[in-house]
Design a protein around this ligand. Structure first.
Ligand code: GUN
Length: 293
């Protein structure tokens, strides 16, 4: 089968071309889109993500400020910082990098973010709009998945779509978006997860699989039908002594094993991960426009 590799970089470049025009237009009005990224503790992966977000913003002539807080910070101090950023007109978007240390109440913290600056789309108000089919800020990773489907003209209308993973960040919103009555929706969506019995009964019937469960190489060729399209959201580290770092990053799908059988697939890395940062930029630019209206 002539498998198409769904390259996040190509999709991202197209989106960035458009964003560059919008960013120039904002500059003419004296506005530079600016993100406040809050990171609590020293989780190396979180630090890496936040730094890569800052780099992308800089490359696209946008601003960002990283607030690095101690892992034992008091909840009230974090809430106070969010309030301060909410009221600072310099910042158009706020992101609190997840996961947070256990002593912090994630829901309470996300609820504190001004919904107008909630470029992650994690505030309950924005989650509600999304469920209603009237999203304001679409969470960045699901948004990136939709943009990949759109760029490569992968029709979702009436298709059997299996989403694996029920996280608030990816699984739940993407399942909702793909089932809504929209161009890249109208799918018949089944939401599977780590407790699903006989997962392959579902995946074998899927025309499209979105894997976002965080289990390395969960999906192999015996679990899919010929010609399926696969969006692999997984970013998992597995030991690999042959690498300098001692590990490599793989998806939830065994890429090499399924390659011959699929119509298209996102690689890991190089697929969805690239898109997440681009959609964060897109949401921040949108927030900046909204805030001058
Ligand atoms: N942790 C993993 N993905 C994300 C994301 O998209 N946003 C935030 N804030 N934290 C994350």
């Amino acid at each position: 089968m002539d498998t198409v590799i769904l390259k996040g970089k190509d999709v991202s470049s197209r989106i960035k071309e458009n964003l560059a025009i919008q960013i120039s237009n904002l500059k003419l009005k004296g506005i530079i889109p600016c993100l406040a990224a809050i990171i609590v503790g020293k989780n190396p992966a979180s630090k890496l993500y936040v730094n890569s977000k800052a780099k992308t913003f800089k490359n696209m002539n946008c601003d960002s400020e990283i607030f690095t807080l101690d892992s034992d910070i008091d909840e009230k101090d974090l809430l106070f910082l969010i309030e301060k950023i909410n009221n600072d007109t310099k910042f158009h978007g706020i992101l609190v990098q997840l996961p947070l240390p256990k002593h912090l109440n994630e829901e309470k913290i996300l609820e504190k973010i001004n919904p107008e600056k909630d470029v992650d789309g994690f505030h309950p108000k924005n989650k509600g709009y999304l469920m209603q089919g009237n999203p304001s800020f679409i969470p960045c990773t699901p948004y990136g998945c939709l943009k990949i489907l759109e760029y490569y003209n992968i029709d979702t209308n009436g298709k059997n779509i299996v989403v694996i993973g029920r996280s608030n960040i990816v699984g739940k919103p993407i399942a909702s978006l793909l089932s809504q009555n929209t161009k890249y929706g109208n799918g018949t969506v089944t939401l599977c997860h780590s407790r699903t019995k006989n997962l392959s009964d579902f995946t074998k019937k899927a025309d499209i699989i979105v894997a976002a469960v965080g289990i390395p190489h969960l999906i192999n060729k015996d679990m899919i039908k010929d010609g399926v399209h696969i969006i692999d959201v997984g970013i998992n580290r597995i030991d690999d002594k042959s690498k300098d770092k001692g590990y490599r990053v793989v998806g939830d799908v065994d890429f090499d094993n399924v390659l011959e059988k699929v119509s298209s697939i996102t690689p890991v890395p190089g697929g969805v991960g690239v898109m997440t940062v681009t959609m964060l930029l897109s949401n921040t630019v949108k927030a900046a426009f909204n805030q001058i209206k």
